[in-house]
Design a protein. Structure first.
Ligand SMILES: Nc1ncnc2c1ncn2[C@@H]1O[C@H](COP(=O)(O)OP(=O)(O)OP(=O)(O)O)[C@@H](O)[C@H]1O
Ligand SMILES: [Mg+2]
Length: 267
């Protein structure tokens, strides 16, 4: 059986600056398969976040998508069709994604209602999502306790796990994770990354992981795409990129990573 695949084809994002149209993302091609982690790396401002946003049609004001298609199993889909149903997202700052006056139960119910899931299945789905996200031990009591909490009663790490639980609730086979651990302390970062790795295996998630931490890439990614100035300049299996980086942008990232550990690059 072939894995479910999502193709981003010739995706472009433009803005207007000083009266001129400027390409922020230019003809980006990416393929993501279920059951793999594709890391999208590159310097700050290279276009990683806009690529994710454009693929799901959630670009910020002042930018627009120009050209490009996103296809699921070869069928072109709009961002609205993909969002929540086929592609879930988690972001850098989970707190901003939650309504401060609503409990976790309200957030979970909103997700299930939006998807049209029948009520009889809600409790079971929520319990398994919380347990798979490492928020509850699978017992009803622990799940109830988590569901009664408001965002301010939870740590950043717990909120990121809750974002992941909500993503799991949707049953979407793909997850876009834009710097999902940047705002967390090192111990929690590691836990969340381990969790994503486990979900890749246990739920067969295909994860597009945006990061500029090559340590994260080395640990988690199966394949890597490198962006520079709005373009993909290199794509390949993670080992090839570390051992035989062919583009200067990739070499810079790898060398910076190795020098952090006092190691010499291979080339
Ligand atoms: N709303 C906007 N209007 C105009 N230009 C924008 C807007 N958002 C981003 N940009 C520009 O688009 C480029 C790419 O931005 P993007 O946020 O995708 O970078 P990134 O690779 O995610 O960077 P980082 O690693 O810092 O998150 C940058 O030059 C940025 O200044
Ligand atoms: Mg970004």
């Amino acid at each position: 059986m072939t894995a479910l695949r999502l193709d981003i084809i010739r995706l472009g994002v433009r803005t207007r600056r000083a009266g001129e149209t400027l390409a922020l993302v230019d003809a980006v091609d990416l393929t993501l398969q279920a059951g793999e982690v594709l890391a999208l790396v590159g310097a700050s401002g290279s276009g990683k976040s806009l690529t994710c946003a454009a693929a799901l049609d959630v670009l910020p004001p002042g930018t627009w998508r120009e050209g490009g298609t996103v296809a699921l199993e070869g069928v072109t889909r709009t961002g609205a069709e993909l969002r929540g149903r086929h592609v879930a997202t988690i972001l850098q700052n989970p707190r901003s994604a939650f309504n401060p006056v609503r409990t976790m139960r309200a957030h979970a119910e909103e997700t299930l209602r939006a998807l049209g899931v029948e009520r009889a299945r809600w409790d079971g789905l929520v319990a398994s999502a919380l347990s798979d996200a490492g928020l509850a031990d699978g017992s009803a009591g622990e799940a109830e306790r988590i569901l009664s909490l408001h965002p301010f009663e939870m740590s950043g790490g717990m909120l990121q796990r809750m974002m992941i639980a909500l993503a799991l609730l949707t049953g979407a086979p793909f997850l876009f994770a834009d710097e999902p651990t940047t705002d967390l302390d090192l111990v929690v970062q590691r836990e969340i990354l381990d969790l994503l790795d486990r979900l890749k295996a246990s739920r067969g998630l295909g994860i597009l992981l945006v990061t500029h931490d090559m340590g994260v890439v080395a640990r988690l990614a199966d394949r890597v795409a490198v962006m520079e100035a709005g373009r993909i300049v290199e794509t390949g299996p993670v080992m090839d990129l570390f051992h035989r980086p062919s583009h200067s942008a990739t070499r810079r990232l790898v060398h910076a990573h190795l020098s952090l550990y006092g190691l010499e690059p291979a080339s």
